[in-house]
Design a protein around this ligand. Structure first.
Ligand code: 5GP
Length: 202
């Protein structure tokens, strides 16, 4: 059985990663979204075990000391991370896994698992990004400014990824992601093989 494909999706806050991921997961139900741990508080409507596994700083730090993370990072003062064991289990079972994580995490994954596919999702413009973050209404003015500055810096790292997708329309971005995954799964160098071509003798 071929090992599952590990797909890493990054992009600035507010670019629409969540929406694009949801659309992608609808069209490709075999793809599983990895559940990250975070120490940030749930936003209204978020539930532990669904968007994130919300946890305490002390538990997170203990897991770091146990080397339990495939990757982890501090983003806007909060810890975020992906547990190694869960990723290994999914890939070992042949399940394709999608990690929606920041650039620091993406680069750690690249170092540890060279075969991971790294995709960067970018907004059509900074103006659109500003409107999207402000429209969400969950951040105060100072945090909004920090997120926009961070977005500028993150956008400059796109060249470290394998693919760049512009999120102009959600459906189009999800279609591009789906096409990338499909192409990666067809790669011979990744283990794609024809069926048994031997003609059976009667
Ligand atoms: P938010 O708090 O808005 O949901 O996410 C903030 C940032 O943390 C986003 O850029 C998101 O991609 C990133 N993030 C979410 N989960 C993880 C994770 O497990 N690891 C890393 N490195 N970043 C994550």
């Amino acid at each position: 059985m071929a090992a599952g494909l590990l797909v890493v999706l990054s992009g600035p806050s507010g670019v629409g990663k969540g929406t694009v991921c949801r659309r992608l997961l609808q069209s490709r139900p075999s793809l599983q979204l990895s559940l990250s741990l975070t120490t940030r508080l749930p936003r209204p409507g978020e539930k532990t075990g669904r968007e994130y596994e919300f946890t305490t700083r002390s538990r997170f730090q203990k897991l770091i000391s146990q080397d339990a993370f495939l990757e982890w990072a501090v983003v806007y003062g909060q810890y975020y991370g992906t547990l190694k064991e869960r990723v290994e289990k999914s890939l070992g079972e042949g399940t394709d896994l999608l990690l929606e994580i920041d650039i620091q995490g993406a680069l750690q994954v690249r170092r540890r698992l060279g075969e991971a596919v790294l995709i960067f999702l970018a907004p059509p413009s900074m103006e659109v990004l500003h409107r999207r973050i402000a429209g969400r209404g969950t951040e105060d003015a100072a945090l909004l400014r920090r997120r926009l500055e961070a977005a500028q810096q993150e956008l400059a790292t796109y060249h470290l990824y394998d693919y760049l997708v512009i999120n102009n329309r959600v459906e189009d971005a999800a279609t591009s992601l789906d096409a990338i995954i499909e192409a990666e799964k067809c790669k011979v160098s990744r283990g794609a093989r024809p069926p048994d071509l031997e003609v059976k003798q009667r």
